[in-house]
Design a protein around this ligand. Sequence first.
Ligand code: SAH
Length: 252
Amino acid sequence: MKLSLVGAGPGDEELITLKAVRLIGEAEVILYDALANSALLKYASKQAEVIYVGKRLGRHSVSQEEINRIILQNCLADKHVLRLKGGDPIVFGRGFEEKDYVEAFGIPTEIVPGITSAISAPTSAGVPVTKRGVSESFWVLTGHTKEKELPKDMYLAAKSNATIVVLMGLSKLAEICAIFSNEGKGDLPVAIIEKGTHVDERVLIGTVSTIVSMNSTERLKNPAVLVFGEVVNCRQSDWLDEVERERLIAMK
Ligand code: SAH
């Protein structure tokens, strides 16, 4: 009886830890969602029960309450349950909520960190989140708080010199750009990275003033990471060639 909360990495199926691969092989029940690459299920044992809890076309994803219930029920049946979550299980992943929930029933849990999209999607697109002389720090914000609002920290972020990485922010792109614009940052470079590290990754580069209209043509979709900062200009196309990034849909 145990729950393992495991990071599946950002999409590229090689960007997973050895520990995650071992645990996937050991688990008796695996719950995974849309952001975890389903190719990783090849490491599962043939006897494992595999449950998809993400969104399907035309249907809602399984609610958090239902996920908690499935995890608990299986743990109480003395199973080793593995929750495979995209990126790192904690970073905007509600991993701690699932851990707290089952621990309250006396069930042992473990958390296996994963490679978060917050860093790896920019890297994959050739945008370093820090670079000496360009950016001394990076902040990772959600575009979507529990109340479905932008976080108050976004206003502080727009004032800072940090690289600002926003997860779940694409639907709020115009609002976020308006906040940066109010700080006089209309020329600040911005990148949108869709499906970072996947073979069909797409990247759009613009500025605070241009990116909204650019994306109304290019229509990049979720999952996507937004990056605001001068580091976006460090993007090197030779680096991109090296990592086989083929889909450059726009350059500044
Ligand atoms: N725990 C995850 C994040 C979960 S929140 C992690 O550490 O990566 C979900 C958001 O993550 C998405 O809306 C998107 O903003 C971002 N995301 C996850 N995978 C991504 C990917 N491969 N490329 C771009 N963004 C991604």
